[in-house]
Design a protein around this ligand. Structure first.
Ligand code: M6R
Length: 369
């Protein structure tokens, strides 16, 4: 069933264009209206939403962190993202106009189930994003959008993550439409860009040999730091989580702007730093700030691996290696920039002779709190 691949994880990484295409299929009408799969609440309920929480664990939490940027931008609703295991223990402010989006590949993660139940007790509306039809989380939610990643066997989540991102974008656009779209043109353009995404992911996958080579040359070196800004920050967290769980190495993700507030002291001669570089076309001069961050770590001896947009030559003089990904709108970039980090972690673990599909101490579905 590994279809000629040595590990399920490799197969699942390669399946990502298909998984994303499947998750998009039939999800919007010719006029661009997005529909959820199961809806046990009215459009009015969604229209009355005045605050969004996203609650999840692990990789699903990272998808939620990306979603926050998109949802706040498109809907102008405040959106907070929280680890499910923390959520209900701090008495969050919830009522019937709060929308809680729970994200869970398995639909059976106990921390997330308990957070969902807490939200429902407080009368919040719950929308689930899950890969498992009929599992506990979608069953107990008021609305559901299923990812269609297919069965994910490897413990380390890859294709589920990319499809969660797609589902989050669709939910964000759906909310924006229901509430009266302020960015009508932008929504149409984003739908077109999403439709083009499977091909672009394929382009990234086809160019992974240098990443594999790099991973083999760095296998065992630690710590490995991952830095990014804006949506690149959650991608950095996800890259670090992949490396921790698969290769048992100390890896940390940071917001690039935080470096000078502490983490930069970790850098020694040869410390690998993976940098998710924002698009030079993006707003807020973030690109230039991250290029400065690259120079700062470089000056302290870091080995810099940049993941940058095609045509971004500004990083070349400062980075040791540059991995290019196709040009896409900033909010959608995680669908591409996460892929080299998955491949990197998988290859490091392989080079170290570790069990890729079943890392030690981990289970695919965590059904205890
Ligand atoms: O099934 P879920 O999406 O609720 O699982 C959440 C986490 O346990 C999961 O994403 C975990 O972090 C993965 N092993 C990461 O690769």
């Amino acid at each position: 069933e590994k279809g000629g691949y040595e590990h399920f994880m490799l197969k699942e990484i390669e399946e990502q264009p298909t998984a994303v295409r499947d998750t998009l299929r039939g999800r919007f009408t010719a006029t661009g209206e997005i529909a959820l799969d199961e809806v046990r609440l009215s459009d009015q309920d969604l229209r009355d939403t005045d605050k969004v929480f996203i609650v999840a664990c692990g990789t699903s939490y990272h998808a939620g962190l990306v979603a926050k940027y998109a949802i706040e931008h498109w809907t102008r609703l405040p959106c907070e993202v929280e680890l499910a295991s923390e959520f209900r223990y701090r008495d969050p402010v919830l009522d019937r106009s709060t929308l809680v989006i729970v994200i869970s590949q398995s639909g059976e993660t106990m921390d997330t189930i308990m957070a969902l139940r807490h939200a429902k007790e407080q009368k919040a509306r719950v929308l689930a994003i899950s890969n498992t039809v009929g599992s506990t989380i979608p069953r107990e939610s008021d609305a559901v959008l299923y990812t269609r990643a297919g069965l994910e066997v490897a413990v380390a989540s890859t294709k589920a993550f990319l499809t969660q991102l797609v589902a989050c974008y669709l939910v964000g656009l759906h909310l924006a439409q229901i509430r009266g779209v302020k960015y009508a043109d932008e929504v149409a353009a984003i739908l077109d860009e999403l439709a083009a995404m499977p091909e672009k992911i394929q382009t990234v996958l086809a160019a992974m040999d240098p990443v594999r080579e790099l991973a083999r040359s760095l296998a065992g070196v630690q710590p490995v730091l991952f830095i990014g800004r804006h949506v690149g920050y959650p991608v950095a967290l996800e890259g670090a989580l992949k490396l921790k769980e698969l290769a048992y190495l100390h890896a940390e993700g940071f917001a690039a702007g935080e470096l000078k507030h502490g983490p930069i002291s970790l850098i020694e001669d040869g410390t690998p730093v993976v940098v998710i570089v924002p698009s030079p076309r993006g707003r807020g001069l973030l690109h230039d700030k991250v290029v400065s961050n690259i120079q700062e770590v470089k000056a302290r001896g870091a080995k810099v691996i940049a993941v940058a947009e095609d045509g971004d030559t500004a990083v070349v003089p400062h980075a040791d290696e540059v991995v290019y990904v196709p040009v896409v709108p900033t909010l959608l970039a995680p669908l591409l920039t996460a892929v080299p980090l998955q491949v990197f972690a998988c290859e490091v673990a392989g080079a170290l002779g570790l069990e890729i599909d079943q890392p030690r101490n981990l289970a695919k579905s965590v059904t205890v709190e």
